[in-house]
Design a protein around this ligand. Sequence first.
Ligand code: VGL
Ligand code: ZN
Length: 238
Amino acid sequence: MHTPARRTLLKALAGTGLMSATGLAFSAAKITPDAKSALIVVDVQNCFVTGGTLPVKDGEAVVPVINKLATGFQNIVVTQDWHTPGHASFASTYQGKKPFETTKLSYGTQVLWPDHWVQGTDDAALHKDLKLATAQIIIRKGFHKEMDSYSAFDEADHKTATGLAGYLKARGIKTLYVTGLATDFCVAWTAMDARKAGFEVYVIEDATRGIDLNGSLAAAWKQMTAKGVKRIQSTDLA
Ligand code: VGL
Ligand code: ZN
């Protein structure tokens, strides 16, 4: 049924993420990343996989998906959580606090995590199986001892910039495809701040995995969608 109306519908759905939601597989409508697109690979680091200090269930499963996507991108940005010892986001920094509890800091409520990704440790290294031949920059974040930074754009005070928006704009990049870990923390905050900075933003769902702390995964998708982040699958890309 290739009626003009159906073609128009398929065209309208292409790139909205609705293609996969409606189950319409239509290869002609696949997204092809161009020179103004960048793949963002968030925090795919050693300790974020099964057996790591901050494990995300099935976290390592994103690596082959990201490696495959990477071959289609001329521009790739890699991010790395890069904390000081005794960082403000570590439960061990506070007396009587346990991981996954929260505390109030100057910029708001902070979830407290197990010690993770301390600068220069093996734990903090990028996952050994990542193959990102065209990666051009690594943005490290969370290196201010008193402040966390889930987002690759703005630190947790929503004021201190990492410089990534300026870098991408200076390079004429308009569209971002966000992947990595964790969907409901660093991926979500990065995607939402990217919208705020004026980029067109897609999150490639099967190239992410979530932590899902008290329903945080569903909440993150809701917030991302409300901010105009588009939810797609890796098969939506050419
Ligand atoms: C992250 C918790 C703590 C993330 C980083 O990359 O999503 N989550 N630090
Ligand atoms: Zn962290």
